[in-house]
Ligand binder design. Structure first.
Ligand code: R5P
Length: 222
């Protein structure tokens, strides 16, 4: 992981932010660079409103002087990190446990950008753990269903989400059909959200050794 590349990716993405937009702010160390840079622009006069995907992001945005609003029905542009992303813009998110709110924000967004350093880019997603946020009441049941899907769920020790829920980190076989897997997890009562983002990401800015590459959904190269 490379902070200078994270920052470069973040700067490239925030160039898409326009005055008057409602902006979704992601969670994690890469999104933090976008929040800091947007804060600088806000202090220089840029007028935006923002929605935070986590309590940590809310605190950072507030500190940066960015105006925060409650989750609206529609967001113009969201900028968020990822744990893995492939060339088809499939992503795994949630190492920081924020994927449930991140999924809501991404789904509400006209456009969602992933920002990452090159370590996150993979040929095909699947090596990273896929986190599943669980209703506490349903924990044993959901764990059993995830195990039956091949996920070998492990409770994230000493952690609850911003919603106060436990997270089960799952390692599925790398060659699993992720679309079918996402649908299967979505269908488990008590599984509140998971880290597979298969349709949400519109574009990614990925920086490697100081060079930013933009991947756009529907384009083979950019
Ligand atoms: O729950 C955390 C989020 O999905 C993050 O966006 C993701 O884990 C990437 O975080 P980072 O930029 O710190 O690697």
């Amino acid at each position: 992981m490379n902070d200078s590349d994270k920052r470069l990716a973040a700067l490239a993405a925030i160039a898409e932010v326009r005055a008057g937009m409602i902006v979704g702010l992601g969670t994690g160390s890469t999104a933090a660079f976008a929040i800091a840079a947007l804060g600088e622009q806000v202090r220089a006069g840029l007028q935006i409103k923002a929605v935070a995907t986590s309590l940590a992001t809310e605190a950072s945005a507030r500190e940066a002087g960015i105006q925060l609003i409650e989750m609206p029905a529609r967001i113009d542009l969201t900028i968020d990190g990822a744990d893995e992303i492939d060339s088809a813009l499939n992503a795994i998110k949630g190492a920081g446990g924020a994927m449930l709110r991140e999924k809501v924000v991404a789904a509400a967004s006209d456009r969602m950008l992933v920002i990452a350093d090159g370590s996150k880019r993979v040929g095909a997603i699947g090596a990273a753990k896929i986190p599943v946020e669980v209703l506490p009441f349903a924990h044993a049941f959901v764990a059993d269903r995830l195990a039956a899907l091949g996920g070998a769920p492990v409770l994230r020790a000493g952690f609850t989400s911003d919603q106060g829920n436990p997270i089960l980190d799952c390692r599925f076989p790398a060659d699993i059909d992720h679309a079918a897997l996402a649908a299967a997890i979505d269908a488990i009562p008590g599984a509140l959200g998971h880290g597979l983002f298969l349709a949400e990401v519109d574009a990614a800015y990925i920086a490697t050794d100081g060079v930013v590459t933009r991947l756009e959904r529907g384009e083979t190269s950019a």
